[in-house]
Design a protein around this ligand. Structure first.
Ligand SMILES: *[C@@H]1O[C@H](CO)[C@@H](O)[C@H](O)[C@H]1NC(C)=O
Ligand SMILES: *[C@@H]1O[C@H](CO)[C@@H](O)[C@H](O)[C@H]1NC(C)=O
Ligand SMILES: *[C@@H]1O[C@H](CO)[C@@H](O)[C@H](O)[C@H]1NC(C)=O
Length: 297
């Protein structure tokens, strides 16, 4: 009997695994990064508000904005944030040409850079608004100065060398960059740093360069769908919510029992049971014949 049980369970898992491969229409991973609600890779997966924001290549996950694609380094679903890195941005080790960071209006509203992400505008002209009328937008960042940046980083040393002085810079928040483009700000370079709450007394070489985006999840009843075993998605035409239950079944709110794509369904238990019985009958039959031959002949 234990043999029967083991065979039965192994077959059930096998059948479920085969079934799973066929039905999962929403990918739950991009390489090593888990993709859960409200995000989705395929159109129709996740929340419609986050539609077209992610792009999964064979090696990386990208966050797409009007100013370009940013590499996603991690997503924390508990804390509801995502760390992205602009490959075209200057950091302590590399100086890159002028580049704007622009988000769409909806991105600025539902997934803006978090409060612990700062922007450092560098090599600003003396006419820059942030040095004049909008001076108040620049803040003291945990006691750090431009000189420290221009001095510590191999990349930013160049500003110092070329001008033989310290060109002005400004530590500011996302709103400044959101309301004024780099052209208006009149600064040639920028970098962004996150996890800034922990950078008092830490030198620029050890800062974390990139941005942390903080997102809010729309309350559309996804939990009900997930609890029933489905994956939250939406109708690509109407953008109305869909609960994706299997390759052939989409529900409006939740999956009915037996339609679920993940986990083991009733139908799969039954298929495995029949397979196990067949296997058992054939092996005992074989044994019987074998013994019969040995004893009788
Ligand atoms: C279910 O929804 C997904 C995502 O919107 C879509 O790709 C799929 O074609 C739908 N399937 C059916 C049977 O409607
Ligand atoms: C994802 O990015 C690649 C290259 O960056 C592009 O060719 C492709 O069209 C993008 N996919 C989507 C759905 O935007
Ligand atoms: C710094 O800004 C000035 C103009 O304000 C520009 O001429 C110079 O090339 C910039 N320095 C670097 C290293 O890009």
């Amino acid at each position: 009997m234990p043999n029967f049980l083991v065979t039965f369970l192994v077959l059930t898992l096998l059948v479920a695994a085969l079934h799973e491969q066929v039905v999962s229409s929403c990918r739950s991973f991009c390489n090593s990064i888990p993709i859960n609600y409200p995000f989705g890779i395929e159109d129709g997966c996740g929340s419609p508000q986050f539609r077209h924001m992610l792009n999964c290549s064979s090696t990386d996950l990208f966050f797409q904005t009007p100013s370009g694609n940013y590499k996603v380094q991690s997503i924390d679903y508990q804390k509801k944030n995502m760390v992205i890195f602009d490959p075209a941005m200057s950091t302590c080790s590399i100086l890159q040409p002028h580049h704007d960071f622009v988000m769409s209006d909806i991105q600025s509203a539902i997934i803006p850079p978090s409060d612990d992400t700062i922007f450092v505008l560098m090599n600003c002209s003396v006419d820059s608004p942030v040095l004049n009328h909008y001076k108040s937008l620049c803040f003291n960042f945990a006691g750090h100065s431009c000189d420290e940046l221009y001095g510590a980083c191999t990349s930013f040393k160049l500003f110092h060398l070329l001008s033989n002085s310290s060109p002005p810079c400004c530590f500011t928040g996302y709103n400044t960059v959101n309301f004024m483009s780099m052209n208006i700000l009149d600064c040639t370079h920028y970098t962004s740093v996150y996890n800034t709450d922990n950078l008092k007394g830490v030198g620029p070489l050890d800062w974390l360069y990139g941005m942390r985006l903080s997102y809010s999840v729309p309350d559309t009843g996804c939990e009900r769908c997930t609890k029933s075993g489905g994956t939250c998605g939406f109708d690509v035409e109407t953008e109305g919510m869909l609960c994706i239950c299997s390759a052939s079944i989409n529900a409006t709110r939740e999956c009915a029992a037996g339609t679920v794509s993940s986990g083991v369904t009733n139908k799969q238990w039954r298929i495995s049971f029949i397979l196990t019985c067949l296997l058992l009958v054939s092996t005992t039959g074989y044994q019987f014949l074998h013994n019969f031959k040995k004893n009788v002949l």
